[in-house]
Design a protein around this ligand. Structure first.
Ligand SMILES: [Zn+2]
Length: 248
């Protein structure tokens, strides 16, 4: 009982010590300080929006990679006097991106200034190959015809919506032929079939669940078997009998 009473007394004291809302007033100095803080916050927010207005959309004319504004400079062929003119000509492709300007990344720029061929340049055969329409597949369709299944942790970065790989990557070879054998016979080219991908058959829950287009998967598999060194190296063949079965 005595404890309870003591607690009540303490609470009363506490409430008496607090000023009423009407008693809280600002002096002119405090008001000015508050205004300054507000102005600072607005300018910081405006600065942030200005900084994120442009994403990684600056294309390096030399290596074809996408960069942020801070990582590129305007391309000027006259800066590379110590570099052989053949290298300069092969590296500067004339590709223009943001504001219709030819940009070059700082790495390629410094390499050319030193008279070196940038290691990631298109002239060094490091350009990105064109992606044919036949390879426009969903992520699960890609997994079905992949000769290797990579296991990796992909996490979303804290801002910008980009993804990053965390930790090690494990490459597991997969048997494309047996995957193709397990697909059911589709009655038409436009048919889709639902596939659940599990990490193991014994697991209750699936990892991915999507509809896939068997015709698109087979077309992509055939294209890759015909053109890709990786698929040839693995000795992968597409079963022609299976392909014929799908074409009715
Ligand atoms: Zn570059």
């Amino acid at each position: 009982m005595s404890c309870f009473h003591t607690a009540n007394v303490a609470n009363e004291t506490l409430f008496h010590d607090l000023p009423n809302v009407s008693q809280v007033t600002f002096g002119s100095d405090e008001l000015q300080a508050q205004k300054n803080r507000d102005t600072n916050a607005i300018s910081v927010i405006n600065f942030f929006h200005k900084n994120i207005a442009h994403g990684p959309e600056y294309v390096c004319t030399c290596c074809d990679q996408l960069w942020y504004k801070t990582s590129v400079v305007k391309c000027d062929a006259n800066k590379y006097k110590s570099c052989s003119q053949d290298v300069v000509k092969s590296c500067l492709t004339g590709f223009k991106s943001v504001n219709d300007i030819e940009w070059i990344c700082i790495t390629c720029d410094s390499n050319l200034k030193k008279g070196k061929l940038p290691s990631c340049s298109k002239a060094n055969k490091m350009g990105f190959p064109d992606k044919p329409d036949v390879l426009n597949l969903t992520s699960l369709e890609e997994r079905i015809i992949s000769p290797r299944i990579p296991f990796m942790q992909i996490r979303e970065l804290s801002r910008g919506g980009q993804l990053s790989i965390h930790g090690n990557i494990v490459n597991v070879p997969s048997d494309v032929n047996s995957t193709v054998h397990y697909l059911p016979r589709p009655p038409s080219e436009s048919q889709t079939i639902p596939i659940k991908l599990k990490r193991r058959l014994s697991y209750k829950h699936h990892y991915q669940f999507q509809n896939v287009r068997p015709k698109r998967v087979l077309d992509a598999a055939k294209y890759l078997v015909d053109t890709s060194d990786l698929f040839r190296g693995e000795g992968i063949e597409v079963q022609n009998r299976w392909l014929n079965d799908t074409m009715y």
